[in-house]
Ligand binder design. Structure first.
Ligand SMILES: *Cc1c(COP(=O)(O)O)cnc(C)c1O
Length: 374
């Protein structure tokens, strides 16, 4: 009998016990007639700020907007450059272009696949206004060294925490080191809504006000139809906030489940010749959004896993600076990113994945890698 398939991601498994709560929460919104903003959005914003030990959280329409509105709030625009990792989801760079600034792509560390103070420094020019640090795959980047560099060089630090909800650097939540922490509640994130959503956290009250105003048609706080700045529409729906309020109390347990699966992957694969795992700094507490390994014959490994019913993905097959619309953007020595991307493979990882499934993924991957080096 062939064993059951292992999905790359099963969003449904971890939330099976919560359907009654989702239904009740949605029913109350249906009847409240407060669909955009309102008390449920405010309650979630309060809970999300508290999760970070900060005073301000602003719900927005998605994670890309969270980044864009923060850059706008910082006054970043045409003529400015923003340092961005070449190894990230394209949205990080999109947000920079959306405000009229230029992303300046920098390389990542070969162990963590994250930016470091020295790779960030390589992309700083006299036009640099900020760096967007991406806590990719759930790991925390070195915020001690990067914030020290940024304050020396007089640039702002914005954190892209879309893949790192609950992650910590040196015991402190990511998103609390820079001027703002931006996140996405896209369904596949560690804390996902039933559609798009995003948020900004910050300790800077003026920045929080600016983000809220830009995302709400540039409204003044006093008069609904006075628009002192040119804004746009990027707000969090009450239905999404209601889902997030139900899910938030479970985030830590879900992240622990991911950590246990990651530990099992590293026990099985860590010493295996031909398979390289990311190696985190001791100060990083990862939330294992993705289980990324590197293998020489990635396409063969992916095909061998698929033949056994095991789902995988690649994050990301092309570095940002090689995407069509981004080919002319400045970059600084992105050699590690270029060498790594053809070898990247993301294995099944989600809360609810069981030990037999992880073992089966490891068995098939090890056989594939041993076979291709034989
Ligand atoms: C998902 C993601 C985003 C964008 O979030 P959206 O809600 O899809 O706009 C930004 N950065 C990173 C690293 C992401 O993974």
């Amino acid at each position: 009998m062939t064993p059951p398939p292992v999905p790359f991601l099963d969003l449904e498994r971890s939330q099976r016990d919560l359907y009654e709560e989702f239904d009740a929460a949605w029913r109350s919104i249906t009847r409240s007639a407060r669909y955009v903003g309102g008390p449920v959005v405010e309650a979630f914003e309060g809970a999300w700020a508290a999760e970070h030990g900060l005073d301000h959280a602003v719900g927005v329409a998605n994670g890309t907007d969270a980044l864009e509105l923060v850059l706008r709030g910082l006054g970043i625009g045409p003529g400015d450059e923003v340092v961005v990792p070449a190894n990230t989801f394209i949205a990080t760079a999109e947000a920079v272009l959306a405000v009229g600034a230029l992303p300046h792509f920098v390389d990542v560390d070969p162990d963590t696949l994250l930016v470091t103070a020295s790779t960030v420094a390589s992309g700083i020019t006299d036009r640099t206004a900020a760096v967007i640090v991406v806590h990719l795959y759930g790991q925390a980047a070195d915020m001690t060294a990067i914030t020290a560099l940024a304050s020396r060089r007089g640039i702002a630090v914005v954190e892209d925490c879309a893949q790192a909800q609950g992650a910590q650097w040196d015991g402190r939540a990511v998103g609390t080191f820079g001027v703002a922490g931006c996140t996405s509640f896209y369904p596949g994130k560690n804390l996902g809504a039933f559609g798009d959503g995003g948020a900004v956290v910050t300790r800077d009250a003026a920045l929080a006000r600016a983000v809220r105003s830009f995302g709400d048609h540039g409204r003044s706080e006093i008069f609904k139809y006075e628009h002192p700045v040119v804004g746009r529409n990027s707000r969090l729906d009450a239905l999404q906030a209601a889902v997030l309020l139900v899910k938030l109390p479970h985030l830590q347990a879900w992240n622990t489940h991911r950590r246990n699966a990651a530990d099992q992957y590293s026990q099985r694969l860590g010493e295996e010749p031909g398979i390289t795992l990311t190696r985190q700094a001791p100060a990083s507490t990862s939330v294992h959004h993705l289980q990324v390994v590197r293998v020489d014959d990635r396409d063969r490994a992916q095909a061998d896993l698929a033949a056994e019913g095991i789902g995988t993905a690649v994050h990301y097959p092309f570095p940002c600076h090689q995407q069509k619309g981004y080919a002319v953007m400045p970059r600084a020595g992105v050699l590690e990113t270029e060498a790594t991307s053809p070898r990247l493979l993301s294995l099944p990882m989600f809360p609810g994945i069981d030990r037999e499934e992880v073992d089966r993924v490891c068995d098939v991957l090890i056989a594939s890698v041993r076979g291709s080096s034989a």
